[in-house]
Design a binder for this molecule. Sequence first.
Ligand code: SAH
Length: 411
Amino acid sequence: MTSPNPSPEAPVRAPKAAADTSRPQVLPTAEGWEQARTVEGRPLLQFASPRVKQPPVHLADMSLAERAAKLKELGLPAFRAKQLSTHYFQHWTVDPERMSDLPKAGREELVAQMFPPLLTEVRRNRTDKGDTIKFLWRLFDGALVESVLMRYPGRITLCVSSQAGCGMNCPFCATGQAGLTRNMSTAEIVDQVVAANRAIAAGELGPKEHDEERVTNIVFMGMGEPLANYKRVMAALHRFVDSSPEGLGMSARNITVSTVGLVPAIRKLADEDLPVTFALSLHAPDDELRDELIPVNNRWKVDEALDAAYDYYRKTGRRVSIEYALIKDMNDHPWRADLLGKKLNQRGRGWVHVNPIPLNPTPGSIWTASDKSVEQEFIARLRATGVPCTLRDTRGKEIDGACGQLAAAES
Ligand code: SAH
């Protein structure tokens, strides 16, 4: 509020413009990037998956009841559903040889029917230390997707893909620049986790901490916009949290769904009885910049996305994460840290924390991560507003397995 007659003692605030001009403002268009647009001139966003052939139905596409019904159709007793589920969700196996509790006659056919191969391994890259593995998978129709497995002290995280490509068109993200090929099926999403568990069990992810190790955390931060593939992602979440052997029996809080900010879908997610961790890829607190950085902002603005995130917290009691890739001279200005803090605090305290991450430059882009000192100042400014803030690491950079680098190039 401004007072008509400010007293000489009134604190003097630096005008915003002064802060703005002290640092350059680079925009995505600066390096010649052009937003793909519809004929009406709106940014091109692909919400609907192209109508292409879907992968064959797999056990992981179905709930336990649906599996039992399917087996009944095949003239088999319903309890076989539990046996097959145990092999897949507890022993990570689809090898008929290892399923000695099933009658030999017809076993191979049954396994072929319930477990059609969905992910064919094209390549596996490991970091020198062996604590990060990037998997490149070919799907039944030739589409390529990636997942990244990371060992941390006390936890193992898998970054999964939910779509082949992505329709959200974010200029700084390698996947976003490739466009959307198609939605992945529920089982294609789930099978990434089972495959990772198989690799862990085989001792491929560096020295084991204990014998029963498996993926403990899942983040939907691989390829794709999970909330644009809502139904299948939802079913996959159920497979992750359903108790064994129906599913993997994981804890919902250890699963993070990350989105560009599809507001109606965020609200729907909040109404599901599934308190997963929710992350919003904000990357800018002002619409002017976010309109360019996250094209979906042209549909749902910063404040609408933040309101939906806050309501997610209110409904689920789960603290929300804000993702913020720090891009040099683009979104890393101190005033933006202040504005972000202000917008978050306006809605409440203790409901959110911010995860800045240094930008991983994508091939062919001249954008770079913020200077270390700028990054530190951004974090300090944000913390000064009372918002908790932790810098995320950029694991897997050297194997092109870091955030935004998943492009599924074969070469
Ligand atoms: N579509 C979802 C999830 C996939 S991306 C989403 O946007 O949230 C997972 C995270 O990586 C998002 O926060 C995304 O903005 C971020 N990201 C994309 N490209 C990046 C890059 N080049 N450097 C750092 N983070 C990036």
